[in-house]
Design a protein around this ligand. Sequence first.
Ligand SMILES: C[S@@+](CC[C@H](N)C(=O)[O-])C[C@H]1O[C@@H](n2cnc3c(N)ncnc32)[C@H](O)[C@@H]1O
Length: 251
Amino acid sequence: MSKVYFIGAGPGATDLITLRGARLIEEADVLIYAGSLVNREILDFNKKSDEIYNSASMNLDEVLDVTIKAVKEGKTVARVHTGDPSIYGAIKEQMDELEKHGIEFEVVPGVSSFVAAAAAIKKEFTLPGVSQTVICTRLEGRTPVPEKEKLEELAKHRASMALFLSVGMIDEVVARLTKHYAATTPVAVVKRATWPDEEIIICTLETLAENVKKHNIKKTAQILVGDFIETEYEKSKLYDSKFTHEYRQAK
Ligand SMILES: C[S@@+](CC[C@H](N)C(=O)[O-])C[C@H]1O[C@@H](n2cnc3c(N)ncnc32)[C@H](O)[C@@H]1O
């Protein structure tokens, strides 16, 4: 039976999609991609289909109509989302409808932009003695954020943080974060991570807003926050010569 595949396209670079995702795109009869962020060149893995839809200009019903019609015609659908589909992907509402129609689907993970951004600045979110937690969140915009997850609430933990969908509200981001993070906390803004025009700013919270404005960054950026960007840290136990674990004896 034909199926729908929700595929994470990765952050931008066409060789950052999984082998599985690329193969499924290659084999699909119908492609629906989130055109506002997915690199259009990813669709070139498919040489056979001319049924390509850009969901940026479609509403949920229109996406579902195309998907359900295709499956009824025995066609396989690749629904291509940016980064990883489980993060701000709006896939649940699609999957729930497919389930109601008895349509089979599968989700193929992708490289999310928050890990692509960490790679771009060559940093590790989880340094021993610094932070063992990564908070992925956003500032509320037209989509609200639950009260318990307001940025200033999450900031209390001073964990490593990746902010999606928020760079356009940079003054507000800084105001909320500085309620708990020191003004000297290191931050990074990575715009269009892994795309040819990727841009990186590394500074501190106190200079973040002015730098973002100076570089005119208004969207498609990750804001990474926390001491993991620049600090002293403890070495890991994993590779400590005095530490025994399942695969290695201490020396
Ligand atoms: C609707 S969310 C989708 C997130 C996506 N599912 C992911 O896993 O990265 C869109 C937001 O993701 C972030 N984003 C997506 N691609 C990016 C990239 N290449 N570089 C930096 N941020 C990116 C931006 O914050 C953007 O506003």
